[in-house]
Design a protein around this ligand. Structure first.
Ligand SMILES: C[S@@+](CC[C@H](N)C(=O)[O-])C[C@H]1O[C@@H](n2cnc3c(N)ncnc32)[C@H](O)[C@@H]1O
Ligand code: SF4
Length: 455
């Protein structure tokens, strides 16, 4: 066992780099007309990846960091579906929606908190506007097992869904009670059975470590039980504690959190457990069976990072649909309004509901490549960067190379003129290793950084 006490100093606020630049850099000077001109300039040959945000949940899981609206009102859902349909019609005016679609993801919130009929209405509306789905398009949906029926499965399957992701988080009763998400093992097992019977052969399970009252032993028990369900993939997220943004997280007694050294041990035990049971680590928080294309993508150097974590489908332009959703192309990010009122008002006046965005410059595109490579592969081919961007790496990134020295001295990273390579422990600290390449983070004093902690 590695002595993790010497690494706890790296437990500092830092981005998870689902985007670069990160969301705090998005600004309101980015307007609808900017987005429209990006859409106009996009190549028709680039496929589209659609993200549809379905924001509602019945009750709050106290740990949740997602953009969620809590409601039990049926009319809110009916109204939301109407607005999604209107948004699609506005989109059609500005984007060539005849481009092929290689990916579609329903996220939330809890997509299956909508009824099966409502989901069907949404899928039908999307396919009318985007008629050219690739035959092997990846169509996926996030599922809360507490809200999932055979009817939901049938509608999703008819809509071409071939991947599901189930939220579990933890199986320990005390942890479940504290996080306000009581979900017996049987509930998860039953919905997995429904999905398998429907022929879904790519199932992911989400877990979180770092939650209140979790211990090495309790989490080991959770993963031993979870593996009996035979998921194809797992996402084991580091709990992102951001109580200044998420009110419900303030309910937690912070003294019940495992300290950083224990969290690193939990992570190491988790990596050991899944790898000795036939899974491979993919990126910093995913595991996949060797037969899964996510793992195969690493071998081919085709693993990409995006807002949903990791994906095999790069080279597509992401279109975010629905309140709060984020889209991006080669040189921009855009986010829809986060509150329903502004979102609806924009759509009522015939506009795309653009809240914020960001146009990337050449330096952003270079740094984005470097950071995403590190986050996906734990290594960076320096020669490739120099050729691709026509730079001298050592000169361009002189500051970052100096900042990486401490990781070299800690023997978790090697750098030579060809390559940066993190070892297994370095992989667990890849956010810290990527941070020196972030031009914006380095302008913010450490005590003013509003990100979750890296450990
Ligand atoms: C939108 S939810 C998944 C679907 C569904 N709402 C559910 O909870 O089952 C997305 C996932 O994000 C993860 N997540 C949410 N809040 C988090 C946090 N604060 N830190 C780390 N992971 C978090 C959870 O694992 C959760 O399953
Ligand atoms: S974890 Fe899922 S179900 Fe729980 S509040 Fe967040 S989005 Fe809703």
């Amino acid at each position: 066992m590695v002595d993790f006490s010497k690494f706890t100093k790296y437990s500092k606020p830092g981005p998870r780099y689902t985007s670069y630049p990160t969301a705090p850099e998005f600004h309101e000077n980015f307007k609808e007309e900017d987005l429209v001109s990006f859409y106009k300039n996009q190549s028709d040959d680039r496929p589209l990846s659609l993200y549809i945000h379905l924001p509602f949940c019945r009750s709050a899981c106290y740990f949740c960091g997602c953009n969620v609206i809590f409601t039990s009102k049926e009319d809110k859902k009916v109204k939301y579906v109407e607005y999604l349909k209107k948004e699609l019609q506005i989109l059609k005016k500005h984007l060539n929606t005849n481009r092929t679609v290689s990916q579609m993801h329903f996220g939330g919130g809890t997509p299956t908190f909508f009824s099966a009929d409502q989901l069907k209405e949404v899928i039908t509306a999307i396919k009318e506007v985007f008629p050219n789905f690739e035959n092997d398009a990846e169509i996926s949906c996030e599922i809360d097992p507490r809200f999932f029926t055979q009817e939901h499965m049938d509608v999703l399957k008819d809509g071409g869904c071939n991947r599901l992701s189930f939220g579990v988080q933890d199986l320990d009763p005390k942890v479940q009670e504290t996080i306000h998400r009581v979900q017996p093992f049987e509930t998860t097992k039953n919905v997995m059975d429904i999905a398998r019977k429907a022929g879904i052969n790519s199932i992911n399970i989400d877990l979180i470590y770092g939650l209140p009252y979790q211990t090495k032993e309790s989490f080991a028990k959770t993963i031993r039980e979870i593996i009996t369900l035979n998921p194809d993939r797992l996402a084991v997220f580091n709990y992102a504690h951001v109580p200044w943004m998420m009110k419900t997280q303030r309910k937690f007694d912070e003294t019940t959190f495992a300290p950083p050294s224990t969290k690193l041990e939990i992570l190491q035990d988790t990596i050991g457990f899944f790898t000795s049971n036939g899974y491979k680590m993919v990126g910093m928080d995913h595991f996949a069976k060797p037969t899964d294309e996510l793992f195969q993508a690493i071998e081919k150097g085709e693993l990409h990072r995006n807002f949903q974590g990791y994906t095999t489908k790069g080279g597509a332009d992401l279109i975010g649909i629905g309140v709060t959703s984020i889209g991006n192309g080669i040189d921009y990010y855009v986010q829809n309004f986060k509150d329903l009122k502004s979102y609806e008002a924009a759509i009522d006046s015939g506009h795309l509901p653009v809240f914020k965005g960001y146009s990337l410059n050449d330096d952003d595109i270079l740094r984005q490549y470097v950071i995403m490579e590190l986050m996906s592969n734990f290594s960076l081919d320096i020669k490739r960067v120099e050729e691709k961007f026509n730079i001298n790496f050592e000169e361009y990134f002189a500051d970052a190379i100096i900042a990486l020295k401490e990781f070299e001295e800690a023997e978790i990273l090697t750098i030579d003129s060809n390559k940066i390579q993190a070892n297994e422990t370095g992989a667990m600290l890849i956010r810290n290793i990527s941070m020196p390449f972030d031009a914006y983070l380095n302008n913010i004093p450490e005590d003013k950084r509003r990100f979750s902690k890296t450990i």
